[in-house]
Design a protein around this ligand. Sequence first.
Ligand SMILES: Nc1ncnc2c1ncn2[C@@H]1O[C@H](COP(=O)(O)OP(=O)(O)OP(=O)(O)O)[C@@H](O)[C@H]1O
Ligand SMILES: [Mg+2]
Length: 223
Amino acid sequence: MADILEIKNLTKIYGQGKENLCVLREVSLNISAGSFVVLLGPSGSGKSTLLNLIGMLDTATQGQIFFEGQDLCQIKSERRRSALRLQKMGFVFQFDGLLPEFNLLENVALPALMRGIDAKPRAQKLLDQLGIGHIRHKMPADLSGGEKQRAAIARALCNRPALLLADEPTGNLDAARKEQVFKDFAALARQGLTVLMVTHDVHAANFADAVYTLENQQLIRSN
Ligand SMILES: Nc1ncnc2c1ncn2[C@@H]1O[C@H](COP(=O)(O)OP(=O)(O)OP(=O)(O)O)[C@@H](O)[C@H]1O
Ligand SMILES: [Mg+2]
């Protein structure tokens, strides 16, 4: 299939002058539509940084990120960035990012609601699939880490994104739940969703179409 994401010579340097820190040095990566890609790498190697750049949550120092043929680094208007994110991308942040003043069901349905779509039935279905449908009325503060993490996965999927960016989405889950999420992502990829997932769990590689490791500012394909 065609490449949905084409990253060319991407460099990210935090800070300025002597205090600067180069996290990504001319990193290139192509991801074809409908694939499940796993990103490994030591803590602090720049995995979240890369996801943030793809999600337009931060700006690159140099390089290009083509998403469906469009260079994301050239989209300067925050309004246009937000609109594109909302329409095409789903995020699971490393820290769940649920809104504390809304219950689980509302949190999951919210991104779709922002597009004028009543997604509560779909939100309920996703929560059921992830085994937390029965606690849909609970508030985020009253949930376990794993429950919050599963709600964040449901929220990212509810809007039917083209690209799912998932930053350690299973770090708080037990082994069985973890494996189920990996299987779900692989199945969703078969249906056309592109998944880029950061994890420290090498076992995830068994379910992925491609595995990359980020280390020493470089991205290396490891399968
Ligand atoms: N806003 C920032 N300003 C300066 N340095 C930053 C900033 N964000 C991250 N860093 C640094 O960049 C490096 C990469 O951080 P990043 O969060 O991308 O790592 P990571 O691979 O996601 O790590 P982890 O596995 O622990 O989540 C780290 O050394 C971090 O301290
Ligand atoms: Mg991280």
